[in-house]
Design a protein around this ligand. Structure first.
Ligand code: MN
Ligand code: MN
Length: 452
């Protein structure tokens, strides 16, 4: 096996991660990811499946297609020379990340302090205390009754204001040492203003905020048809004196999304039809129209098989059943500060390559996908031939917890699917840590997989 870091490849790894950091910095919501992935795909010659369906254009070998759903998930396909019924090579990742969402009626003023705040309800598994006392940004959309959509992105540009959730000063927090247990979801309120509107007697700070919002074409009532996510402000950065790590928001799971996308674009020849999935709602169980449990992917595949001249329900089933898939998602990396949560021999280490999990789930593999050893052997052979560094791991000590991905959902079709992805430190924290070597190794792995 090739060493992960050597004099020859450092530049290649670092250059690749420049693109990765830009992707993280510019895409902090699933909608922003879909928009960017779509734009990048169009540049690569991908065409809109919805247009193809409308025009009844026949599809054939070499065609490149994208399709979006609710602007929150996107699927890419590259048609192969073999019949689609022989199966596809699928890379699946998710583009939603843990965050705070504004509640439907978010704006209020605290009467004693004359501070206006936004009430939030968190999304995904977070440690509440980590979201206090750091700069936050607002990203999302406000949908007006007349059908117009106001895009919101405040807190990323140098000249923008940022937002913050306050935390109690240590001087007054003697009882609450270990704030983790004390800060509850209901208290994650984002401070957004402190100047009262002149001549306004009641809730004058709130009134002033409403005035500012109105100047941006947003009324208080419009929040009920809005989707605004509170995310950490600022760019993804190099971390460490040797710059070996990336510190940034949303690496779960945009690390897999970016590396899959680049691998698909860089794969020049394919016998089998290739697909890359970028789905929403993984962090809350994959349900809903834009999650992996939705029938949207299957429906779009049915449209494609029909346009390929394979006009039968069975063709879709065969295409799915005969597929191979990498369910690409991050895993918890062995943390030198919390060794007791891990099993040295079976956990993923940062800087040792992409990690494969035969099982996910927790507490006796509950909720697990189970990749067959035959499939793992096939992958070992492929990865060794392509000099990809990989580790076969679990996540943490067995009764410590666990986690799931989208693998068990696509496994329902009978396809071969295994979990794989980069190990992270600080997973689900506002800023997560990855090793640049692993990012590059993931890209190499996905590229090799698409030739399987
Ligand atoms: Mn994930
Ligand atoms: Mn996650």
């Amino acid at each position: 096996m090739k060493k992960l870091w050597n004099n020859k490849n450092v530049k290649e790894i670092f250059d690749f991660c420049e693109g990765y950091k830009d992707f993280l910095s510019n895409n902090k919501t699933e909608r922003e990811c879909v928009k960017t992935i779509k734009e990048m795909a169009i540049k690569e010659g991908y065409k809109d499946l919805k247009e193809i369906i409308k025009n009844k254009t026949a599809l054939s070998f070499g065609d490149k297609i994208y399709v979006t759903n609710l602007d929150k998930c996107i699927f890419l396909f590259k048609i192969g020379s073999r019949p689609i019924t022989e199966g596809m090579r699928i890379l699946g990742s998710h583009i939603d990340s843990p965050r705070l969402d504004l509640k439907p009626n978010p704006l209020y003023e605290n009467g004693s302090s004359n501070i206006a705040l936004f009430d939030t309800h968190y999304y995904g598994g977070i440690k509440h205390y980590q979201w206090t006392a750091l700069p936050l940004a607002l990203h999302g959309v406000v949908c007006k009754k007349d059908g117009t959509v106001v895009n919101v992105n405040i807190g990323e540009k140098d000249e923008d204001p940022v937002f913050c959730i306050s935390d109690l000063l240590p001087h007054l927090d003697r009882e609450n040492k270990g704030a983790e247990n004390k800060i509850v979801g209901e208290n994650l309120n984002v401070i957004i203003g402190g100047i009262p509107l002149e001549n306004e007697k009641k809730e004058s700070v709130k009134a002033n905020i409403l005035k500012i919002l109105k100047s941006q074409n947003i009324e208080n009532d419009d929040f009920i048809s809005a989707e605004i996510e509170v995310v950490p402000a600022g760019k993804a950065r190099d971390m460490g004196l040797d710059r070996s790590f990336v510190l940034g928001y949303g690496q779960d799971d945009r690390i897999s999304a970016y590396t899959s996308l680049k691998a698909l674009f860089d794969c020049k020849e394919n016998d089998y039809t290739l697909s890359a999935m970028f789905v929403d709602k993984e962090e809350v169980g994959s349900q809903g129209a834009s999650g992996m449990q939705s029938l949207f992917f299957e429906d779009m595949l049915a449209e494609i098989t029909e346009l390929l001249g394979e006009n039968s329900h069975l063709a879709v089933r065969r295409a799915l059943r005969n597929s191979y898939m990498l369910s690409s998602d991050v895993t918890g990396g062995y943390d030198p500060n919390y060794e007791s949560a891990f099993d040295k021999n079976n956990d993923a280490f940062l800087g040792k390559g992409i990690s494969f999990n035969k099982y996910t789930g927790g507490r006796g593999k509950s909720g697990a996908n189970d990749a067959s050893p035959e499939y793992i052997a096939l992958l070992r052979n492929l990865l060794d031939k392509n000099e990809v560094n990989y580790q076969l791991t679990e996540m943490g000590k067995i009764d410590q917890g666990g986690g799931g991905t989208i693998a068990y959902i696509t496994a329902n079709y009978g396809m071969n699917v295994i979990d794989c992805g980069c190990p992270l430190l600080n997973m689900h924290a506002p800023f997560e840590i990855s090793s640049k070597a692993d990012v590059f190794e993931a890209y190499k792995c996905y590229k090799a997989f698409l030739t399987l």
